[in-house]
Ligand binder design. Structure first.
Ligand SMILES: [Cu+2]
Length: 144
């Protein structure tokens, strides 16, 4: 009788262990998937967001590029970074201004030029001797 109970108990323990192993394996798979999918989705989302973004680099004393082409009615997204000191960024006739462009910290601005023409951008924060040379232009042409 005791032997029979012991046998049933050992079967029960083996079953519980087996279930635990299945659950542990499932948990491990879920954790592994989360570890892979999490960072991957951040990277994919970042690329997706950056698609169509024009990167503008501010350096002493220029913007690279200093000419950007756009179309009236089509949103423009700029990613602006400083490579050296604190700069600024403003576009004449378009109300988007960055007063402190801190090195290493990207700033994003989005706007939709409504009228064709040339819109000049410039540095708004004194950044050294040739600060006044920091200009560029956005050439907006008609239509989509
Ligand atoms: Cu400046």
């Amino acid at each position: 009788m005791a032997g029979h109970l012991r046998a049933r108990l050992s079967i029960w323990i083996a079953t519980v262990r087996g279930r635990l192993r299945v659950r542990e394996r499932a948990a491990a798979i879920i954790v592994a998937l989360a570890l892979v999918i999490g960072p991957a989705s951040v990277i994919v989302y970042g690329r997706w967001v950056d698609h169509g973004v024009v990167t503008v680099k501010a350096v002493q004393w220029a913007y690279l590029p200093n000419t950007i082409h756009a179309k009236a009615g089509v949103p423009v997204r700029l990613k602006i970074t400083s490579e050296d000191v604190v700069h600024g960024f403003a576009i004449n006739g378009i109300p988007v201004t960055i007063s402190e462009l801190i090195p290493g910290k990207a700033e994003y601005i989005t706007f939709t030029p409504k009228t064709p023409g040339t819109y000049y951008y410039h540095c708004t924060t004194y950044c050294g001797l040739a600060h006044f040379k920091m200009v560029g232009r956005i050439i907006v042409t008609a239509g989509r």
